[in-house]
Design a protein. Structure first.
Length: 346
């Protein structure tokens, strides 16, 4: 059921507040027949909560986040903003010196990460108010949000129309589908930036087990900018071919082998997360630290080991490396990104 029901939906949605010059911000909840719940906020197309039923009948919220809109907004003032649950874009990840060349023209993006460009710039898609254009509460409930990025926003070329659809299937899968079209040739790399912790908000992820389906990572310099080279994972500390605890610190791009990107397992809650994607990479990041300044949900003090991100995407800095997967979206073409986060009780 499409927008005919959006006015009624707004009446049933939870008002979180408003963003100056943009409008009111709402949170909407999807529930499937097994009782899984997904909460989505239209500021940043943000996943605020994802509650999954456990074997014992309890539900556990397995993504990090805040209770209020104000906290999400204030989190961008932290020394390392966490981007909890947001859509990162127009280009997720880092672009070296904020520069790239397209069709013989050099573009200079805003530098919001030292001398580099990160996650779309100062006001990327994570800080925009998205428009809800479709909601379904039927079988496999879903919500579709849209954002139109104007030509030259953050100095990117072309107007870009982006849609993200979150579907909560009856098999307890969170399906994330991105599409985008552009008024002229541009670059695009979108990702969903949720932090997962299968043991809940008050725990570390250190007791969980991680598998990553990859044989290579991107070589990066000290500023986490790709050199263009690849590192073989055989006998490497980041070889997660067999399950083992997540690293205490990681901010690394793994080249995905096939569509099965990664798996996370909680023995405590007998819960397994599988990440399946059509993207060439998964950037793994462990963190969530809010430096004691902003409380997380359940009054949690998030720290450097509070959650793990599975940022399925293209390679960082791909526009500057001809041998990396193509990041150019041409006028008249459609960008398509599909990722599934599948939850299973063990």
């Amino acid at each position: 059921m499409l927008s005919d029901n959006l006015h009624m939906d707004t009446a049933n949605a939870t008002l979180l507040g408003s963003v100056p010059d943009e409008g009111q911000v709402f949170c909407r909840t999807l529930v499937n027949k097994k009782g899984a719940e997904l909460k989505v906020m239209d500021y940043g197309a943000t996943i605020m909560a994802l509650k999954i039923p456990l074997v014992n009948g309890e539900k556990i919220d397995i993504v990090l986040g805040f209770d209020t809109l104000e906290d999400y907004i204030n989190s961008y003032s932290l020394s390392s903003p966490p981007y909890f649950g947001t859509v990162a874009g127009r280009y997720a990840g880092r672009i070296n010196n904020g520069e790239f060349s397209l069709n013989g023209k050099q573009y200079f993006l805003n530098k919001n990460h030292g001398e580099h460009h990160l996650h779309g710039g100062f006001l990327g898609f994570s800080r925009k108010l998205w428009k809800v254009i479709s909601i379904s509460s039927e079988e496999n409930p879903s919500i579709t949000l849209e954002y139109i990025s104007k030509n030259n926003e953050e100095n990117y070329p072309g107007e870009l129309t982006v849609q993200v659809t979150y579907t909560l299937t009856e098999e307890n899968e969170l399906q994330v589908r991105f599409t985008a079209t552009a008024s002229e040739d541009t670059i695009v790399n979108l990702t969903q930036h949720s932090y997962f912790n299968l043991d809940g908000h008050l725990n570390s992820i250190s007791d969980q087990k991680l598998v990553i389906n990859s044989k290579q990572i991107l070589e990066m310099n000290e500023k986490l900018i790709p050199s263009g080279n690849f590192i073989d994972l055989k006998n490497h500390a980041f070889d997660f071919d067999e399950e083992k605890p997540p690293p205490i610190s990681i901010d690394t791009t793994f080249v995905v082998e096939g569509r099965d990107a990664a798996t996370l397992i909680s023995e405590k809650n007998k819960l397994k997360l599988s990440v399946i994607t059509n993207q060439p990479a998964v950037h793994i990041y462990v963190g969530g630290n809010c430096f004691g300044r902003i409380k997380g949900r359940e009054n949690a003090d998030y720290h450097t080991n509070s959650g793990i991100c599975f940022e399925t995407q293209n390679f960082p800095d791909a526009p500057n490396h001809a041998h990396f997967p193509n990041s150019v979206l041409k006028k008249g073409e459609i960008y398509h990104h599909q990722t599934t986060f599948k939850f299973e009780n063990l």
